[in-house]
Design a protein around this ligand. Structure first.
Ligand code: NAD
Ligand code: MG
Length: 395
């Protein structure tokens, strides 16, 4: 990166799929990027290993009970990295002087506090944690704007649209955006064929190597539903101007159609390091480790409409966006609990959309006029879903 000062990066969710990809890109640019804060949920050993490789000033484990293990692990590794534990420490470090750039890659609503803290502190925010936008998108975008924080979306579709918009601010120039979807591992199946699918089959995504929660969301098409709501907040467009197109090859990451008939698309291999490099280098381009696209070798690019009867989650998400208020927050919470129950073998695959549909029908939508109102709706929805899915360890 020519002429750029050293960027200090906090990677929140460092042990996950996105976190690992972010660290891979950062390590390619030792003169301009430094992983200075690393945070993870509960896997102390994996976090210590990352500290050994990247030598951050701070490491945070969200699980309070794991503090001593982290402290001892860092000491035994001979590292000077300062240990921290708990959600409060995580949010403080995301907002503090140890970083100017935050990769928000915690999975689920658990990422909201630290994402909001980074936005409020005016950081460059590389936002992968889509659930925080679905839960509290208006608030998050407003807080970021007021604090002068730059949000670079890291979801591949939104990163593609960010690139295609190329700084276009006037939404009247945009006819619509089109989010592409791979269709997931069960594309082409009917409902009867989905009744007995297992968690192992659901997380075996054909194109992307991702964490378990987003992989199941891709299999139900809820991932695309969350992304429609995410796009609404990031790009200030109504649901009617956000379309979804199934594209099994996952090479066209999304498209923007302008009012003059031009459609711009962003293409690339399905590897999240490209989106992360866009965020880490922006507005400059930096190497990501991802090779170019050889379309001649790829052969065909196919496109088809999503099957909303077999995969009702996408329809439910459009409905929640249209209903507004606390509906998207409840959709997200119902989904998190149902996916967790499915991964633990307590409910069947088709119980995921059924739980969400029943919850949205049963729970009142209230105005989303405060963070408190959103968190209460989130809690009510989690209770509902736990009741319906049976108890057990939940996310
Ligand atoms: P993952 O399961 O691989 O990793 C999740 C990370 O979050 C881990 O580091 C884990 O330790 C951490 N974590 C979990 N609970 C936590 C808590 N309570 N407090 C602090 N940290 C916690 O997930 P992933 O696939 O890397 O996805 C991360 C986020 O990025 C999700 O919101 C996902 O939707 C989004 N995303 C991922 C991809 C992808 O390709 N993996 C693509 C687009 C968007
Ligand atoms: Mg995506």
């Amino acid at each position: 990166m020519a002429g750029l000062l050293m960027r200090n990066v906090a990677v929140l969710g460092a042990t996950g799929s996105i976190g690992t990809s972010a660290l891979d890109v950062i390590a390619r640019h030792p003169d301009s990027l430094r992983a200075n804060v690393l945070a993870a949920g509960s896997r102390v050993d994996a976090l210590v290993e990352l500290c050994r490789a990247h030598r951050p000033a701070h490491a945070v484990i969200a699980d309070e009970n794991a503090y001593a293990a982290l402290r001892d692990g860092l000491r035994d590794a001979g590292l000077e990295t300062i240990p921290h534990a708990g959600a409060k420490a995580l949010a403080e470090l995301a907002a503090g002087d140890a970083c100017d750039t935050v990769v928000a890659a915690i999975v689920g609503a658990a990422g909201l506090d630290s994402t909001l803290a980074a936005a409020r502190a005016g950081k460059r925010l590389l936002l992968a944690n889509k659930e925080s936008l679905v839960l509290a998108g208006e608030l998050l975008v407003r807080v970021a704007r007021d604090a002068g924080a730059t949000i670079v979306p890291i979801d591949s579709e939104h990163n593609a649209i960010f690139q295609c918009l190329g700084g276009c601010e006037d939404r009247a120039e945009v006819a619509r955006i089109v989010l592409t979807a791979s269709g997931g591992p069960f594309r082409g199946r009917n409902r009867a064929e989905l009744a007995n699918v297992t968690p192992a089959q659901a997380v075996a995504h054909p194109k992307w190597d991702m964490g378990p929660k987003i992989s199941v969301d891709s299999a139900t098409l809820m991932n695309k539903g969350l992304e429609v709501i995410e796009a609404h907040h990031l790009f200030d467009l109504p649901g009617e101007r956000i379309d979804v197109l199934v594209h099994p090859q996952s090479l066209v990451h999304s498209l923007v159609e302008f009012i003059d008939g031009s459609t711009l698309a962003q293409l690339g291999l399905p590897d999240m390091r490209t989106a992360l490099a866009v965020g880490l280098g922006w507005p400059e381009r930096i190497a990501s480790g991802v090779g170019g696209l050889d379309l001649r070798a790829q052969g065909r690019l196919e496109f088809e409409a999503p099957d909303l009867d077999t995969f009702p989650c996408l329809r439910l998400a459009y409905g929640a966006l249209a209903a507004g208020g606390t509906a998207p927050a409840m959709l997200n919470a119902l989904d998190e609990i149902a996916v967790s129950a499915f991964l633990q073998g307590r409910i069947a695959f088709l119980d995921i959309p059924a739980t969400i549909e029943d919850g949205l029908a049963a729970l009142p939508v209230t105005p989303a006029d405060s963070l408190d109102a959103l968190l209460q709706a989130d809690a009510r929805a989690r209770d509902f879903a736990r009741g319906r899915c049976g108890s057990g360890r939940t996310a």
